[in-house]
Design a protein around this ligand. Structure first.
Ligand code: ZN
Ligand code: ZN
Length: 246
């Protein structure tokens, strides 16, 4: 939902309203690549605000991980922008995700060209793979692995996952960068009611997968950036607008 949450008066939401260190929008990622241009991962309801903050008015390619509102709610705004710019947006999503999106917003295909993204696609010099991951109580999502054809740089975006099988963990090793979703520091609720890893679980996985660098994203109002969590130095909490050079 982003931070602050409308109903909430907790310390983190109050700080987010008053000074804004913990102000967080829905998870999204902007990739700038010389050849492929502006690639955007996921299009939540904050999409317009995020684009403006990046000083952009349009993008070249959108990649979609799954059809939950925090990842697709901004498609309506993007479709409207495409309509008025008289162009058709290009969005890649796994085959099973496309009808789910169109069931919610049937008019989008007039302005957005949805293309199947089931195995791999090439964007500039990046080869990008998608694979299905467990999303706990919320069903499934997809994660994306990027491999640069010249430099060999490898990184993964996996915003919504929990309880990954051995097979689903295979693409998560040998990474220069991992972007992993964690909603809580330690989520106290029963496992069967949960849908995203927490920070403590992520630290165990990072120990196992050994990415060179990790950024934790998709964080709720449970995470307070004023606190010292004692994270290893190669693990950081995402903040809105942070940039990473690969
Ligand atoms: Zn709160
Ligand atoms: Zn999500």
């Amino acid at each position: 939902m982003g931070v602050p949450r409308l109903y909430c008066d907790c310390g983190v939401c109050t700080e987010a309203r008053d000074t804004g260190m913990n102000r967080r929008l829905r998870s999204s990622l902007h990739i700038w690549d010389e050849e492929a241009g502006h690639i955007w991962i996921d299009c939540g309801p904050d999409f317009g605000e995020q684009l403006e903050a990046a000083k952009l008015r349009e993008i070249d390619t959108l990649l979609i991980t799954h059809a939950h509102f925090d990842h697709i709610g901004g498609l309506v705004e993007w479709a409207d922008a495409c309509r008025w710019q008289q162009k058709k947006g290009i969005a890649y999503a796994p085959t099973e995700v496309i009808p789910e999106i169109l069931a919610r917003f049937p008019w989008l295909s007039s302005h957005i060209d949805f293309r199947a993204f089931d195995e791999s696609i090439k964007l500039g010099k990046w080869k990008v793979f998608s694979w299905r991951v467990h999303h706990g109580k919320n069903g499934y999502a997809y994660a994306f692995r990027f491999e640069h054809l010249e430099t060999g740089c490898k990184w993964v975006y996996c915003s919504d996952s929990i309880g990954l099988t051995g097979e689903q963990q295979k693409p998560l090793v040998d990474l220069d960068l991992l972007v992993l979703g964690t909603s809580f520091y330690h989520e106290p609720f029963a496992y069967e009611t949960r849908s995203v890893y927490d920070v403590l679980e992520a630290l165990e996985l990072i120990h196992k997968w050994k990415p060179k660098q990790t950024v934790l994203t998709h964080m709720s109002h449970d995470i307070d950036l004023r606190k010292q969590y004692g994270l290893p130095e190669q693990v950081v909490l995402a903040v809105a607008g942070m940039t990473i050079e690969m």
